[in-house]
Design a protein around this ligand. Structure first.
Ligand SMILES: Nc1ncnc2c1ncn2[C@@H]1O[C@H](COP(=O)(O)OP(=O)(O)OP(=O)(O)O)[C@@H](O)[C@H]1O
Ligand SMILES: [Mg+2]
Length: 259
């Protein structure tokens, strides 16, 4: 896969404006500490890939960022506003931070178009004409415009996942979170979904991506964050991380993937 870092066309990755700031985040489930003292900033246009063994807390971290999990300590700031403020409007935040999960949660009784239009029309109360134009452009971009009237059951897993990405993008988020979006796909469908994410990176979308696809991680990431047992072990540029991991844990992790 070609190296996408240093992409200069949009200039977005280089303007050094912090979009997300996580400071000393602690997360517990009951007595069990799942994330400890997570400190990380993500700049506008930056692509951060989060790696780590199963159960280390990757999904939980993403879920904390858009309020799906309460946190027990630390602060999260997004676009200059604290998300730990008790008056935070999560519905608004979730429009700014789009999230796509492993299991595309499309409504089965709605067509592709109806699924996508729901948020922009019902939640954002935007003009239908304007939204339709955007949806058509995005569907075209992911190669699925001709499936706009299909129902989810009529689509492959890869197609459903691309629709889920379009649905999130139609809310015009400032940042996207992807949690193992290819994990439940057949190998031949993985590529088509990853290509959509690569396209977003090229356009300068700010993203935090959890994946087990190491080739993709290496190609798309500006920085790799390696988590083990709820703690950040390493933050490094992909070339550094994949060639010279600093910790034994990261080396072991990469050995499993034969990287
Ligand atoms: N709702 C929950 N209640 C209790 N424990 C939870 C809950 N969700 C996650 N956990 C625990 O928190 C830890 C981190 O889970 P998480 O799903 O964030 O891991 P992960 O790194 O995403 O793993 P994977 O690579 O398998 O997806 C695990 O020990 C998990 O069992
Ligand atoms: Mg997970």
């Amino acid at each position: 896969m070609p190296d996408l870092r240093g992409r200069g066309l949009t200039g977005c990755a280089k303007d050094k404006q912090v979009l997300l700031e996580i400071q000393g985040l602690h997360k517990r489930f009951g007595e069990m500490s799942v994330l400890e003292d997570i400190t990380l900033t993500v700049e506008k246009g930056e692509v951060v890939v989060v790696l780590g063994p199963s159960g280390c807390g990757k999904s939980t971290l993403l879920r904390c960022l858009n309020g799906l999990e309460p946190i027990q300590g630390g602060d999260i700031r997004f676009a200059g506003k604290s998300l730990t403020d008790k008056n935070v409007n999560w519905q608004e935040v979730r429009q700014q931070i789009g999230m796509v999960f492993q299991n595309y949660e499309l409504f089965p009784h709605m067509t592709v178009m109806e699924n996508i239009l729901l948020g922009p029309l019902q939640v954002q109360k935007r003009q239908k004409e304007e939204v339709l134009k955007q949806v058509q452009e995005l569907l075209d971009r992911v190669g699925l415009l001709d499936r706009k009237d299909s129902y989810p059951r009529q689509l492959s897993g890869g197609q459903k996942q691309r629709i889920a990405i379009v649905r999130a993008l139609c809310m015009n988020p400032q940042m996207m979170l992807f949690d193992e979006v290819t994990a439940s796909l057949d190998p031949e469908m993985v590529r088509e979904v990853l290509d959509v994410i690569v396209g977003l990176a090229k356009q300068g979308m700010t993203m935090m991506i959890v994946t087990h696809e190491m080739g993709f991680a290496k190609a798309v990431a500006d920085r790799i964050v390696f988590i083990d047992s709820g703690k950040i072990c390493e933050i490094a540029e992909p070339d550094e991380f994949f060639i010279r991991p600093q910790t034994e844990r990261a080396q072991q992790f990469l050995n499993i993937f034969q990287y």
